[in-house]
Write a protein that binds this ligand. Structure first.
Ligand SMILES: NC(=O)c1ccc[n+]([C@@H]2O[C@H](COP(=O)([O-])OP(=O)(O)OC[C@H]3O[C@@H](n4cnc5c(N)ncnc54)[C@H](O)[C@@H]3O)[C@@H](O)[C@H]2O)c1
Ligand SMILES: O=P(O)(O)OC[C@H]1O[C@H](O[C@H]2[C@H](O)[C@@H](O)[C@@H](O)O[C@@H]2CO)[C@H](O)[C@@H](O)[C@@H]1O
Ligand SMILES: [Mn+2]
Length: 447
């Protein structure tokens, strides 16, 4: 009989909250809950999701105590896990992050390049606040953090709260592994055992095996060479839900060109922003970016379905469902709670995991997760190409965090200048000045 746990979801009004609730409910045999709380700093937004989730819980797992609140003392008391996914500034500020760089023909992206840097400068404040609430009200709890940009958030928490029990995570490798499983005919990404190294949204696979130890890389490389992580276009058998959206279809297909640069490894999709920034700019509509698509699709759909459930008073035929994103965070909580020793990709302090990268870099590598926390696996020495890229990007992320702490315009300018997505210091300054103006309600005042 497993001991029941209590969870607070921070960012209760997120478009991902309902999916995590569905996953938690479906996993009551593996991760039983005593209580589930929602916390958000926007009462109205959270209420839409909370009202629907209250109905879902009453219908499917009425034994779980449910509370939604904007009061940190209520939210963070007596919990074992904080599952965090806040978006400081909301999707409206994401739109700014994406559109401002595009004015100067620079990649406009949520987590990469100047947009990611701008978002990082907003997120640090919010995530540090959540850590402080957790440490005040439930000092033994773990925070499992999805809030982006995960690399910059991870570096900030390493520096500002070095002893905090926070694990920063990303679902992109999880989604890619599901894509790999589809390519080789395995059921799930969980059937894959991998070796991977890099930073968040910036990494490479060196080994992909099945559970019997068979090497899947040759088959995957044959596929990726032709189709990236997209489906074989000669067949009509794609059922990956992510590939229902054209922008993700394009991203998965572009992996073909990322792979061509280093055919010894298999890449993370996000490397396209650093290796092909000119292509990305050329293929982005500066007046209608991904933030617009998310507001018009995922946000609209989730919120209208939640309102629908509340209006009907039942969720019996709901379209809300749990995906890989929810599966990963619930699986991680289960591994920490019940000592499963599962192998998972986490964003952790390097300390030798990548032998020829600085110890204090926040890297993404496979870890063994148990009641004691996580133990990173040694990935050994990496080649010159990846080492050079990683050192450049780690420096960008460190400069952002230093700029935040020291309130330094100069350091932030250096961070943008050093990003592989930005062509010159001059362009970096133009983009930075516009981002600073747009973020004046969120960033520390820089001088
Ligand atoms: N790490 C990953 O791989 C991964 C995957 C998917 C989403 N995400 C991240 O998850 C987050 C949520 O994404 P979304 O599209 O659902 O965003 P969203 O805007 O729909 O939801 C975020 C919620 O956080 C709340 N919020 C913002 N600042 C807050 C604060 N300081 N304290 C408490 N609540 C706060 C907002 O009111 C909102 O309800 C984003 O940071 C996104 O980038 C990360
Ligand atoms: O543009 P968005 O908001 O749709 O996505 C941005 C996020 O993209 C990645 O997450 C994917 C994930 O890989 C996939 O499994 C599924 O859950 O969709 C997610 C996006 O909707 C990325 O890892 C995140 O960091 C981004 O925020
Ligand atoms: Mn991610």
């Amino acid at each position: 009989m497993l001991e029941k746990k209590s969870v607070v979801i921070a960012g209760g009004g997120s478009t991902y909250t309902a999916g995590i609730v569905m996953m938690l409910i479906n996993n009551q045999d593996k991760f039983p809950l005593k209580s589930l709380k929602f916390y958000d700093n926007d009462f109205e937004r959270q209420k839409v999701v909370a009202d629907a989730c209250e109905i879902i819980i009453k219908e499917r797992a009425p034994e779980i105590e449910f509370v939604a609140t904007t009061d940190p003392a209520i939210a963070f008391s007596d919990v074992d896990f904080v599952m965090a996914h806040i978006r400081q500034g909301g999707l409206k500020m994401r739109e700014m992050d994406e559109k401002i760089p595009m004015k100067y023909d620079v990649v406009g992206q949520e987590t990469c390049g100047p947009g990611g840097i701008a978002y990082g400068m907003r997120s640090i404040t919010g995530v540090i606040e959540l850590i402080d609430y957790m440490e005040e009200y439930s000092p033994n709890a773990w925070m499992l953090n999805y809030s982006n940009p995960a690399s910059i958030v991870a570096e900030a928490t390493r520096v500002l709260r070095p002893n905090a029990k926070i694990i920063n995570i990303c679902d992109m490798p999880v989604a890619i592994k599901q894509g790999m499983a589809d390519i080789v005919g395995l059921k799930s990404g969980n059937d894959i055992v991998d070796r991977y190294y890099g930073l968040n949204h910036y990494g490479w696979w060196t080994e992909v095996l099945d559970k019997d130890g068979n090497d899947l890389m040759p088959q995957l490389k044959e596929h990726v060479k032709k189709f990236g992580y997209g489906p074989d276009t000669s067949k009509d058998d794609n059922d990956n839900p992510l590939l229902m959206e054209q922008s993700w279809v394009d991203t998965f297909a572009k992996v073909k060109d990322i792979y061509a640069v280093d055919p010894d490894t298999l890449p993370n999709t996000y490397l396209k922003y650093y290796l092909y920034p000119d292509y990305v700019v050329k293929h982005t509509d500066p007046t209608h970016t991904r933030a617009n698509e998310v507001m018009e699709n995922r946000e609209k759909n989730v919120f209208s379905e939640c309102r629908n459930i509340t209006k009907k008073g039942t969720a019996q035929d709901t379209t809300l469902e749990a995906g890989e994103h929810a599966e990963f965070i619930v699986q991680l909580a289960g591994a920490l709670a019940y000592n499963t020793h599962e192998r998972m990709l986490l964003i952790v302090e390097n300390n030798g995991a990548i032998a020829n990268v600085d110890d204090d870099a926040m890297v993404e590598v496979p870890c063994i997760v148990s009641k004691r926390g996580y133990e990173p696996l040694a990935m050994g020495k990496i080649p010159t190409f990846q080492k050079g890229m990683i050192e450049q990007q780690v420096s960008v992320e460190k400069l952002v965090v230093q700029a935040y702490i020291e309130k330094s315009y100069q350091k932030l300018w250096k961070a943008l200048t050093l990003s592989a997505t930005v062509p010159s210091a001059e362009v970096a300054k133009l983009v930075l000045d516009d981002l600073q103006e747009a973020n004046k309600d969120y960033w520390p005042e820089l001088s």
